[in-house]
Design a protein around this ligand. Sequence first.
Ligand code: DX5
Ligand code: ZN
Length: 216
Amino acid sequence: MAILSPSILAADAMNLQRDLTQTAQNGAKWLHIDIMDGHFVPNLSFGYSTVKGIRGFSDLVLDVHLMIDRPIRYVEEFCKAGSDILTIHVEADTAENTKKALEMIRAMGVKPGIVVKPKTPAEAVAPYLSMVDLVLVMTVEPGFGGQKFMADMMPKVKKLRQMIDEVNPQCYLEVDGGVDLETGVICKENGANVLVAGSAFYKAADKPAFVRQIEA
Ligand code: DX5
Ligand code: ZN
């Protein structure tokens, strides 16, 4: 059993409301929103107002992925905008600020999460594991949708599954990048229980079937 978190980076930017309504109608419960600053990653995407706008009309669980430098500067605003889960990158600031930012998110009543880029080892998550509700493993270099799934991230997913089971068994383990029905199976076999899918979901001809199969 897993949860699908469709990434709206792959939705139609001119028809977000239509696509989000359909996303919920197709059976998805979560929504993944990528926030990029053009610095931590070489791309720009959405800001507070998009999260706030989506919150205003959608009951989906808003899973907000911050790909920004020193996220401590922005976490309060993204919590206020209506995030349900707010994830920050382990590489984006000092350990002290990362801990402070996770505490700030928790204090705002939002679930904190920590993300690792492909070159960052599982062990980098250890200092934060008891503080978070979600660990996100990038299975592509963050910044762009539509990239190829990195199967060599699976030992890291497996290792994090063990660490989570030992330290914080309620914590979600999410994967993001290049996930489709085929690669999703590999992620689940290695212990992931939340699967982000952008291109594969929004291009799927039969979306209700996609949700059912990937969540099975
Ligand atoms: C990449 C983003 C992903 C992206 C995934 O930086 O974090 O969430 O939208 O897109 P696909 O599923 O197309 O690889
Ligand atoms: Zn993402």
